[in-house]
Design a protein around this ligand. Sequence first.
Ligand code: B16
Ligand code: MG
Length: 215
Amino acid sequence: KIKACIFDLDGVLVDTAVYHYKAWKRLANELGFDFTEHQNEQLKGVSRMASLDLILGWGGIKGMSNEQKIELADRKNTWYTEMIGAMTPSEILPGVRDFVIACRNAGLKTAIGSASKNTLNILQKLDLQSFFDAVIDGNSVSAPKPDPEVFLKGAEALGVSPADCVVFEDAVAGIEAAINGGMKTVGIGSPEVLTKAEKVVSGLDKITVVELDTL
Ligand code: B16
Ligand code: MG
């Protein structure tokens, strides 16, 4: 029986990918190249430094020192946090608030499991902090998805065994992380992409708490 729901943040509760894209694109442009929104798809669920490595690769930029890379990532994050600062609860994706409330009313624990170091800031802007019993984010994990660390820490913080948790994820690596942690999975997005998820819906407005026990 399901006892907890663990939610990814970007792409599940809110669509911050568009802001990440704008900020990375600005950085790429300053470095003298560009990349497409399609390429940006590959950055979903990927950590900040790993995203930078991918982007520098697309621009054919080699041989940057670690210090230079940190400076570039900081520059991007400054622009990104400026955009985050202007976010409002109107940007919460459809059905999110109702679904999370329904989970809690059904006695399920709720947590966030995100790669983003900006998680708390975003939750605050969306006025969603009080809806989660635990928040595990990019500041508290060392191994990136598909390593299950982020979700295992979430389950532990909730006091629920992994097999009794459902993870909601929009990234392939995130679904893999949940499976690697022995958890049930609901993909948010398209079934052609999230092939390993037990169930895939387009958003939290398309699933009910009762359906979770059929996973
Ligand atoms: P930050 P998630 C991920 O969040 C994003 O999908 C990914 O695009 C981003 O690079 C990563 O967080 C790190 O974000 O720069 O804010 O630490 O999908 O795991 O909630
Ligand atoms: Mg995500």
